[in-house]
Every structure is written in structure tokens, then in C-alpha cells.
Design a protein around this ligand. Structure first.
Ligand code: AMP
Length: 299
């Protein structure tokens, strides 16, 4: 069982109140693919420019991520730069350069078309749909999105979410998409737009999972230091998708376990900039934090 991940692969500059780092590996698909790789084989579809460093490619392959679907196009790799306020729940995008993404037409290699779990990580919804068009009956399709697409590509996004099993977004995006302020009501409204399952992330306050007539709430893992929250949402989605690929069926019970795995991998990712923490992360560290989490949340 494998996961196909499509999304952005990019180079980030990230500034926090304490540190500033340039030319970091980033992109929604980078985080999601590496997070998923702790649970299942992963196939990556994306695009980079001919300036993309080999060291980054090696990180994917060292985690077993198949990058035959990572196209190299003439031009520069996608670049994003962001700055966090002292309250890290607030981030502003300083600059974004789509570069090779401007003309990207995702092509799913034949060997990937039967991947049974599809994770459409954050990228323009029209590109997410193009990937879905090329898949052969995936078992479960998950899509992530962001406020930008709700604002500038709403029609494309609404068309996409009719076709997915699960939509992942954060609380402010859920409000923006539905116009509803109450997060629980917003989740139900999104289910009416298509996806049977919805996960609404609430940053350090965890996540709400909506299923058919069911609701599950899960806190985030409590951390004392968060040097860089970038990619937490993508790791959450990746860990969740990777866990689903390990299971025979994907139902509400499976997804409860899956959001727990996503939560744990995301909690490790924010302990360092870029994918540095995921680079050294081991299966036994994931297991020990799962056990600690269980002790923290059981009376
Ligand atoms: P997150 O912190 O989960 O929002 O993910 C951050 C990652 O998303 C960064 O590594 C960026 O490179 C990437 N990113 C930022 N803006 C976009 C965008 N418009 N489309 C795709 N990826 C983006």
C-alpha cells in the first residue's frame, strides 16, 4: 500500500522572533511526503527548477520517498518567504515566487497511478484536480488547502472538494470557506460540500475530526519550545495519510488513529527549522511520544 503525494516543493526563507534562516528545503509536498514515509512507501509528484540542490533530493531518497515523479523544469524552483510574530500562531507571507509552478502540468507516472491513498497537499486546486484525473480508483483521497485558494480559486476548490473523501484545513480557513464562525458548524457545512470526512486544525489547540454523524477532538502534543512551526499542517496530513496506507480499511476509527500519528509527527517537525528534525526522526521516537501522549490524555 502506498501514498501518492502531490504539492509544492520549494526553497523557503523563514524568520521568527529569535532566528532567521535562508534557502531551506520547504514546500507542502516535501513535509507531507517525508512525514508519510514513516508509515508507508511514498510516491512524490511535483516540480523543481534546475537550481534545486541534490542534497534535498537525497533527503527524500534517504527516507525511501520515490522521486521519479519529481519533474525538473527549466527555470527556478518555487520560493516562499515568511515571518512569524512572537505569537507564532500569526505568520505573514513576505514573498512568493511560483517560478516553475507557473507552467506546471502534473504528470502522474504510470507506476504511481494505482497508489491507493492520494494526498493532494497544498497547491492550486486546479493542479490537485489534474492529479486526481490521472489516478485509477484510489481507495481514499485527502486534500489540504489554504486561505489563498479560498480567496482566489474558490470555484476550482469547490469542484475539487466534491471529489475527495477528506478535506484538511485550519479553523480560520474553515470560517473563510463557509462564512460560519462556529468551528463545529463550519465542519458540518464543509461535509455538505462533498467530503465525508473533514479535519479542522486549530494550531497548538489540536484538531477536530468530522465523520458521518461523528466528531472526535484531539489536543496537540504540548511542547515547551517551538522554534519553527512551518510545515506542521503538511506533516499532520502526511502522517495521517501514511498511517491510512498501512490499514486495510479507512473509516472513522482508522482516521482517529491517523490524526494521532499526524499530530505526533507534526510535533516533532516544529522542534527545528525546515525538515531538520524529520531528517533524524526514528520510528522508536514516534512510538515513545505516542505512548507519552496516551498517558497525557488518559484519566
Ligand atoms: P504550512 O506551514 O503547513 O502552511 O506549510 C508551509 C509550506 O508551504 C512552506 O514550506 C511553503 O514553501 C509552502 N507554501 C507556502 N505558500 C504556498 C502556496 N501558495 N502554494 C503551495 N505551497 C506553499
Amino acid at each position: 500500500m502506498s501514498v501518492l503525494v502531490v504539492g509544492s516543493v520549494g526553497i523557503d526563507d523563514v524568520k521568527t522572533a529569535e532566528e532567521s534562516h535562508k534557502d531551506l528545503l520547504g514546500g507542502s509536498a516535501s513535509y507531507a511526503a517525508v512525514a508519510a514515509s514513516f508509515f508507508s512507501p511514498v510516491n512524490l509528484v511535483g516540480v523543481v527548477g534546475n537550481d534545486f540542490p541534490d542534497a534535498h533530493r537525497q533527503l527524500y531518497t534517504s527516507k525511501g520517498v520515490d522521486i521519479n515523479g519529481l519533474e525538473v523544469a527549466a527555470g527556478e524552483t518555487f520560493r516562499w518567504s515568511g515571518e512569524y510574530e512572537v505569537d507564532m500562531n500569526n505568520r505573514k507571507t513576505l514573498s512568493i515566487a511560483l517560478n516553475v509552478f507557473e507552467t506546471f502540468q502534473p504528470k502522474v507516472p504510470a507506476a504511481y497511478r494505482k497508489s491507493d491513498i492520494v494526498l493532494l497537499a497544498n497547491i492550486a486546486p486546479a493542479l490537485q484536480s489534474m492529479v486526481l484525473d490521472q489516478m485509477e480508483k484510489p481507495r481514499f483521497v485527502i486534500a489540504d488547502t489554504m486561505d489563498l485558494w479560498i480567496n482566489i480559486a474558490r470555484a476550482d476548490l469547490l469542484a475539487l472538494i466534491k471529489r475527495v473523501d477528506m478535506l484538511i484545513l485550519n479553523d480560520s480557513e474553515a470560517k473563510l470557506l463557509t462564512g460560519v464562525t462556529n468551528t463545529v458548524v463550519a465542519g458540518h457545512e464543509i461535509q455538505k460540500m462533498g467530503p465525508r470526512y473533514v479535519a479542522i486544525k486549530k494550531g497548538e489547540h489540536g484538531c477536530l475530526l468530522f465523520g458521518p454523524d461523528q466528531l472526535f477532538a484531539i489536543p496537540a502534543f504540548p511542547l515547551t519550545r517551538v522554534p519553527d512551526p512551518t510545515g506542521a499542517g503538511d506533516c499532520f496530513a502526511g502522517g495521517l495519510a501514511g498511517y491510512c496506507a498501512q490499514q486495510k480499511t479507512v473509516d472513522f476509527q482508522t482516521l482517529k488513529e491517523a490524526v494521532l500519528r499526524g499530530t505526533i509527527v507534526a510535533s516533532y517537525n516544529v522542534e527545528a527549522f525546515s525538515l531538520k528534525r524529520l531528517e533524524s526522526l526514528t520510528a522508536s521516537e514516534i512510538q515513545s511520544r505516542l505512548e507519552l501522549y496516551q498517558r497525557l490524555t488518559t484519566i
